[in-house]
Design a protein around this ligand. Structure first.
Ligand code: PLP
Length: 389
């Protein structure tokens, strides 16, 4: 730190220069991000609550109420307005919290978690911190978990089963009803990771574009991750962890005498935690309502269909699967996907490289002009790479 202070003008000039190096959702070809530009109302709400600390509800009861109302709205989106939980930093913290609850509830010392091969790496973090053993279950040809293989792997040491509703790589949805049956039959904890899909699937269902069960409608589901900072258009950090009822959340409850005279219950990993994300989530959900989000998802799905139609026209592009939501995975047979991603980066496209494919996420910021330009650049790049090969 410098000894001398700077003027506001000098601070902001320096900051602007550094921030100008960042990509802009609104003007760059960002096809790799699961986050987007926040809604104006959410930005404004966030700035109203910069000093609010949800780690001390005795000082900030209004913010605490806002958080619980936001959780309840997220719960109603996922078929359980009675759900209890928190607005936290994101999907990673939500998945860790869910497994922490599962482990805390367990009376038998079980330590194994069965999860699809498609799960996000946050479960590795959770397993590492909580000293759990992960058992990865292979996927079927639809890129969803093979429930029969999962059933066979259940044993005396199985603590929990994970299902994904909107996988990171392809946006696929596991057979949640079957996972729920397995969980209930074997008395194991079932957590659903809908970090991305939680803000997509309810609206696809409304639009008649998705028919399966993915949420608390499945009776075995104990908790769900749903991230407002992804398709919920909220400022970072805003993740959501929802539990079917308070008794589950209470498994990790602690109190300390010096905060709220011991009456404040902590059911999050962190102590001091920002109220602004919860305030922003509340504002976004109220401002857009179900109809507003439905319209945004509809647009993203229409754009996804346009992209998929164009990709199908390109010789040398193989689509992995018909997209379930606004995530598209493809390969370029005969070429190294990583070289294709690098060549497209030189043309200004930011894509995600998975071990099996290249991913495009069609977000609200992915406007039609990008969807037209991207397939054209991909076609050019493939032609150039094939010529060189
Ligand atoms: C399905 C899924 N779960 C969890 C996460 C982790 O979320 P975060 O990066 O907000 O911690 C992601 C992130 O992409 C995800 O796709």
């Amino acid at each position: 730190m410098d000894e001398h202070s700077l003027s506001d003008a000098a601070v902001f000039k320096a900051l602007k220069k550094l921030l100008s190096r960042d990509a802009q959702y609104s003007s760059d070809g960002i096809l790799c991000s699961m986050c987007s530009e926040p809604l104006d109302a959410a930005r404004k709400a966030y700035s109203l609550a910069l000093e609010k600390n949800l780690g001390d509800e005795s000082l900030f009861p209004g913010t605490a109420q806002i958080e619980q109302e936001a959780v309840s709205m997220l719960g109603s989106l996922l078929s359980n307005a009675e759900a209890k939980g928190h607005i936290i930093s994101g999907g990673t913290e939500a998945n860790i919290t869910a497994l922490w609850v599962a482990r805390s509830l367990d009376k038998k010392g079980r330590r194994e978690v069965l999860l699809p091969e498609s799960t996000h790496f946050s479960f590795e973090t959770a397993a590492n911190l909580l000293e759990l053993k992960l058992v990865k279950i292979p996927l079927t040809s639809n890129f969803t978990v093979d429930a029969s293989k999962m059933r066979k792997k259940i044993g005396g040491n199985t603590l929990a089963v994970i299902g994904v509703a909107g996988s990171t790589g392809l946006g696929t949805v596991d057979p949640i009803t079957e996972l729920s049956d397995i969980a209930l039959e074997h008395d194991v904890y079932l957590h659903i990771d809908a970090a991305f899909g939680g803000f997509v699937l309810p609206f696809l269902e409304d639009l008649g574009l998705y028919k399966g069960v993915f949420d608390f409608k499945a009776p075995g589901v104990k908790s769900i991750t749903v991230d407002p900072h992804k398709m919920g258009l909220c400022p970072l950090p805003a993740g959501g962890i929802l539990f079917r009822d308070q008794s589950l959340l209470s498994a990790i409850s602690r109190s300390v005498l010096y905060i709220g005279k011991g009456r404040t219950k902590f059911t999050t990993i962190t102590g001091t935690r920002p109220g602004a994300p919860a305030v922003a989530v509340w504002a976004a959900l109220k401002r857009l309502g179900r109809s507003g989000y439905r319209q945004i998802v509809k647009q993203c799905i229409e754009n996804t269909s346009i992209l998929v139609g164009d990709l199908r026209q390109i010789d040398g592009v193989h689509l992995l699967a018909e997209p379930t939501m606004n995530i598209v995975g493809f390969t370029c047979p005969g070429l190294d996907n990583s070289i294709v991603v690098d060549a497209l980066a030189k043309k200004g496209w930011a894509l995600s490289l998975f071990p099996t494919h290249i991913r495009v996420v069609v977000m609200p910021h992915t406007e039609a002009k990008y969807l037209k330009a991207f397939p054209a650049d991909l076609k050019t790049v493939l032609a150039q790479l094939k010529e060189r090969a």
